[in-house]
Design a protein around this ligand. Sequence first.
Ligand code: F0G
Length: 481
Amino acid sequence: MVNLKFYTGEQFPLEMHKVRIVQKLNLIPVTERLRAVQAAGTNTFLLKNEDVYLDMLTDSGVNAMSDRQLAAMMEADDSYAGSQTFSKLEAKCTELFGTNYFIPAHQGRACENILAQVFVTPGSIVPMNYHFTTTKAHIVLNGGTVVETPIEEAYKVTSTHPFKGNMDLEKLEQVVQEHGPDKVAFVRMEAGTNLIGGQPFSLENLTQVRALCDRYGLVLVLDASLLADNLYFIKTREESCRDLSIREITRRISDLCDILYFSGRKLGCARGGGLMTNNDKFYNQIREFIPLYEGFLTYGGMSVREMEAITVGLEETMDLDMISHGPQFIAYMAEELQKRGVPVVTPPGGLGCHIDAMQFLDHIPQSQYPAGALAAALYIASGVRGMERGTMSEQREPDGTEPLADMELLRLALPRRVFTLSQVKYTVDRLTWLYENRRLIGGLKFVEEPETLRFFFGRLAPLSDWPEQLAAKFKADLGDY
Ligand code: F0G
């Protein structure tokens, strides 16, 4: 990563790659955007991509691939069993993570399903720095309970804490003592903690979590899906790691964990996933489930082409230039929004820029899904598709009550190496307009609510004709686009 100074004094992030394949985008007029969001049940998940200008829904499976990844895909060895492609990926995992075993799975949640089936029993608990939607769903499905023990700072939207994804060691110890170590299925640390705004943990904190797990004989599992961002933050924010290479930090993290798993849709910039361990017993337990749910042990539901791409993608993740792009663009976006008064999560994390819908729409109660409303409103105002990360993304309790999320965020994901700085500037401009017109935005209610992971295909309705009012104001202020 080059540390540049700009002559004019203006600071902005610089791409350390060039674009060699492009996809044409459409920006449809505001009246059509209004119609599209209405047809999608006011849920940005249900929009058609042809109606979307910038797809900031997620960084999952939509990161730009490199020329080397594409070239490697041509070399894939297509065989059901014993594919050379698998051996390459396994060897890369051993090289980077020091693990003997790589167990392939079709994506991150498949790893979570298997981990939950192996370790979670009715009545067991899984302490973690913070839950992820699919992780929690699998644990609950197997009769377990998620117990979150992050540091207090994790819940603060505005903060200067460099590692809001850290575990609170005292809280964790209390939980372990209260329930008893036997009830703890495993302790889970999530790199680049997704739902609180892509916030990292420090290497020091992970080391302390390991020590606690050792004291109580607990299994430590790392969700490494967002490891790339976490590596960048350890390198740039943790004083004692300044002189370590990304490769060294990766190895230190991995050496502290019993099992690592990842979504290859994020880490590795392709599509797939897998688990890694050095433990023979865990390997054998996990392995049992692969032919049942995923496929043979040398592909696990992945296309061999994607496996080749992940192998190269993991290697590319060791390049600081590569992993800097996302966090630096996100920091730029967050700073520009802050200058214009738009409330964002600070410090800026990885994955995407997170807008605080609780402040942005302080006139909308959480029970009316302010972050979901903001996602729909931003689409109307810009054609940009973000994702609700708030109460809509929470699951109802078994008794039907609706837990209110700790945070109401609109996540604008910046998939790695995909968007240009002018596209980020456009989004900032539209969000600024929206912020100035925020009182026009109203709440939502579910009209179709699936029981599990309702945010994916639930349909909602606005509580008034606010989408029409918003679109009309946009047209009056800015025209069709
Ligand atoms: N863990 C984390 C931290 C994730 O962010 C995700 C996916 C998963 C596990 C599940 O992986 O999608 O490959 O099955 N996050 C996506 C997102 C869906 O948009 O944040 P997967």
